[in-house]
Design a protein around this ligand. Structure first.
Ligand code: SF4
Length: 248
C-alpha cells in the first residue's frame, strides 16, 4: 500500500523540472469527436487497468522534458491542422506538475477547449489548486474516480483507501471553485448499489454532479493479464456512456 500524495511527490521529482514536464508523445486522437493530445509521463496512482502502464511504473525511462510554449505550440498546431476545437493532456496524470500545467493553460487560446483528464487526487488535497484553475474559462475537467467506494479504490489502485476521499474532495473543490467538472467512474468492478450510493454522495454536493459518466474497462495491452493475476472479476465495454441517476 502507498500514500498517493507521497507517490505524487516522488514521481514529480522525476517528471517535473521547474516549469517543464516529461511527455512521451503528441498526437491527434478520435476521442471527444477529435482532439489534439499530449501524453505526459508520471502518475500518483497505479491502477490495475491502466492503459499506459509502462510510463506509470517507469517514468525515468520514457519521454523527454518540454517547456510550456513547446507543448502549447504542438497542441495548437495539431488542433489547427486537423480542424479540432479541443485539446487535452492525457497519458498519465496532468496535475502532477502544477506550474507547468498552469503555464500551458495560459498559452491556450480561448477558442480551444482544454479537457483536463485527471484522477483529482492533488485537486482534492489542496483546494487552492482548483481555485487556480477556475480562471480558465475554456477549461473542462473530467475527473475519473477509481471505483465507487474506498475498498474498490484500494483494490484497483493499491493505494491507501483515503485516496478515494481525496478524489471526491477533488470533485467538490473544482465544483465550488466554479470549474466545469464532470465526474466519471470506472464501474467495471462495482455492483450497481455502490454506483447508486456514489451518485447519492455526489448529488449531496450538487444535484448536477450525480449525473456520472460511466467508464467501462477496455482490455488494452496486457491489462487482461494483470487482472487475471490479481484474480479480479470485471465487465468490459467498448465505449463509455453517461447515464442519469434514475437509470443506474
Ligand atoms: S490514474 Fe490514470 S494514468 Fe494513473 S495509473 Fe490510473 S489509469 Fe493510469
Amino acid at each position: 500500500m502507498y500514500d498517493p500524495l507521497k507517490m505524487a511527490e516522488e514521481v514529480a521529482k522525476v517528471v517535473c523540472q521547474n516549469d517543464q514536464r516529461k511527455y512521451y508523445r503528441f498526437r491527434s486522437a478520435r476521442f471527444y469527436g477529435g482532439i489534439a493530445t499530449g501524453d505526459c509521463v508520471g502518475c500518483c496512482l497505479r491502477c490495475i487497468f491502466c492503459w499506459s502502464w509502462p510510463e506509470v511504473i517507469n517514468p525515468e525511462a520514457y519521454g523527454r522534458f518540454y517547456a510550456p510554449p513547446e507543448v502549447a505550440k504542438k497542441l495548437i498546431g495539431i488542433a489547427r491542422k486537423r480542424g479540432f476545437d479541443q485539446i487535452r493532456i492525457s497519458g498519465n496524470e496532468p496535475t502532477l506538475c502544477r506550474e507547468h500545467l498552469i503555464r500551458v493553460l495560459e498559452l491556450i487560446p480561448e477558442d480551444l477547449l482544454f479537457i483536463l483528464e485527471t484522477n483529482g487526487i492533488l485537486l482534492g488535497a489542496d483546494e487552492t489548486y482548483a481555485r487556480d484553475l477556475a480562471r480558465f474559462k475554456n477549461l473542462y475537467v473530467r475527473l475519473s474516480l477509481k471505483g465507487a467506494t474506498e475498498e474498490e479504490f484500494f483494490l484497483l489502485t493499491g493505494a491507501e483507501p483515503k485516496g478515494f476521499s481525496l478524489q471526491l474532495a477533488g470533485v467538490e473543490n473544482l465544483f465550488r471553485a466554479g470549474v466545469q467538472v464532470q465526474p466519471a467512474v470506472m464501474s467495471s468492478f462495482s455492483p450497481p448499489e455502490h454506483i447508486r450510493s456514489l451518485q447519492k454522495h455526489l448529488g449531496h454536493i450538487h444535484p448536477e454532479l450525480a449525473e456520472l459518466e460511466i467508464e467501462e474497462l477496455v482490455l488494452y495491452g496486457d491489462v487482461a493479464k494483470r487482472l487475471e493475476k490479481a484474480k479480479l472479476k470485471y465487465r468490459t465495454a467498448h465505449q463509455p456512456r453517461r447515464i442519469p441517476p434514475e437509470q443506474v
